[in-house]
Design a binder for this molecule. Structure first.
Ligand SMILES: Cc1ncc(COP(=O)(O)O)c(C=O)c1O
Length: 439
């Protein structure tokens, strides 16, 4: 057994779920074959515990490392601050510089607060919206973290998050008193949204949504949501945690042309160093003064120091343009390989977040794709978050690997359909969504 598998087996004995983030569970990829742990990451390459290395054609740090792993300029800024002491009894001046920078990039905003994780920034934004408006109900359209306020939407309807984020998320442990405090609508579904406005309008603190994820908004959708939530006296919060910085410099709303009252950022803003920001108009952020929102490690200095270096480099390199170019190559290569070998796929997403899925026996074929790509030296499962470290040479190697792997998938399906695919995997089939793993 590999060292990484033995380590993961131990992890499952002593940690519920085995990992700290659902998207890093090996069961989501090719169980018992996935390398599980990285001892080093550099650029878009990873080294596992067993001495093997892979190019990362998956999320590149769950979207956190848009400049690539261990970017030298970001690491330099972080190390400098660590050497100078990153936690003291006083505040970090870098947080004021970072707030000024975020306001310069988002001129509609006047006020900034910081946290460290994406889920925290969303919880803070929602708390502020509730404090500012004096209302309770929040309408949700996207993924916004693990916290009670969010999972509360599954208290009223069993699976309100199905099709919005993941199906099957149980609100176990979320107080039943929160029932009715969070409601959901699907992206681009005006009728569903209007029904929420009609039902909850005068109780609505606001809408929190991803302005864009994998589909472009229908014409007028974002404007309609903004106008209606404002008409009933609520606030519009854009969660830019995954799409921000990679679609354009700063929030995607700058290109989409609709201004929120509050926007949240995390992930790519620190290129692997924890930092999150809540950016808003003075009026929308007013509730932050009345509410207790405070945490020790929101004051450490590495996060803002790394974010200043990251933002500077993202701007200089115009990384969002590079990410889109690399994503377009992946989209083209997947489509051509599928066509050439006659594999049924669905290819979607935007250039900076392209996605490949398999139509025949989706989970089984996806697992086989991952298992075969591992043998070619790639982490790959369909969802690709391109980075500055991906280049045409690496994409050419990826193209060659896909050609081989699609040929093998086609041959396997032709030989014996689903059964042959399962056999060819050489291990268990991947899971989708949340499932209890142990105990
Ligand atoms: C849009 C969005 N919001 C919030 C989060 C939660 O961020 P974190 O995992 O840092 O808590 C994520 C994470 O994937 C996300 O994609």
């Amino acid at each position: 057994m590999s060292i990484s598998q033995a380590t993961y087996n131990r992890a499952k004995q002593i940690m519920p779920g085995g990992v700290q983030l659902l998207s890093k569970r090996p069961e989501m990829f090719a169980p018992e074959q996935w390398p599980n742990y990285a001892v080093k990451g550099k650029g878009c390459k990873l080294w596992d515990m067993d001495g093997k290395s892979y190019y990362d054609m998956t999320t590149n740090g769950i979207g956190a490392c848009l400049l690539g792993y261990a970017d030298p300029d970001v690491s330099k800024a972080a190390i400098k601050r660590i050497k100078n002491g990153c936690m003291t009894s006083l505040n970090a001046p870098e947080e004021v510089q970072l707030a000024d920078k975020l306001l310069e990039i988002h001129p509609w905003a006047e006020s900034v607060r910081f946290a460290r994780t994406g889920g925290e920034t969303c919880a803070i934004a929602v708390r502020i919206a509730r404090a500012t408006t004096g209302r309770d109900v929040i309408a949700i359209c996207g993924y916004h973290g693990w916290a009670d306020w969010y999972l509360a939407c599954n208290l009223s309807e069993g699976d309100a998050l199905d099709g919005i984020h993941l199906a099957g998320l149980q609100p176990a442990g979320v107080p039943s008193g929160l029932r009715g405090s969070a409601v959901t609508f699907h992206y681009n579904n005006v009728e569903e949204f209007d029904a929420l406005i009609a039902q909850y309008g005068d109780r609505l603190a606001g809408v929190i949504m991803e302005p864009l994820r994998s589909t472009m908004p229908n014409e007028g959708f974002l404007e309609h949501v903004r106008d209606e939530v404002h008409r009933v006296g609520g606030l519009l919060i854009y969660d830019e945690i995954s799409i921000g910085w990679r679609f354009t410099f700063g929030g995607s709303h700058k290109v989409l042309g609709v201004q929120p009252d509050i926007a949240t950022f995390a992930k790519a803003m620190g290129n692997g160093h924890p930092i999150g920001a809540i950016v808003g108009t003075k009026a929308a952020m007013d509730g932050a003064q009345q509410s207790f929102i405070s945490s020790t490690y929101w004051t450490e200095a590495v996060g803002p120091a790394a974010a200043l270096a990251t933002i500077d480099k993202m701007e200089k390199t115009r990384v969002w343009e590079h990410a889109a170019a690399m994503g377009d190559i992946a989209l083209k290569d997947w489509a051509e390989a599928a066509e050439r070998h006659g594999v049924n796929v669905h290819i979607d997403g935007v250039s900076c977040l392209p996605h490949l899925g398999f139509t025949d026996f989706p989970l089984e074929t996806k697992t086989l794709y991952t298992a075969l790509m591992l043998k070619e030296g790639f982490l790959a499962q369909g969802g690709f978050y391109p980075t500055l470290a991906h280049n045409e040479k690496i994409m050419a190697k990826h193209r060659e690997a896909n050609d081989k792997v699609f040929a093998k998938i086609a041959e396997t399906i032709k030989k014996g359909g689903k059964e042959a695919v399962i056999e060819a995997i050489g291990g268990p089939v991947c899971q989708s969504g949340f499932q209890r793993l142990n105990g």
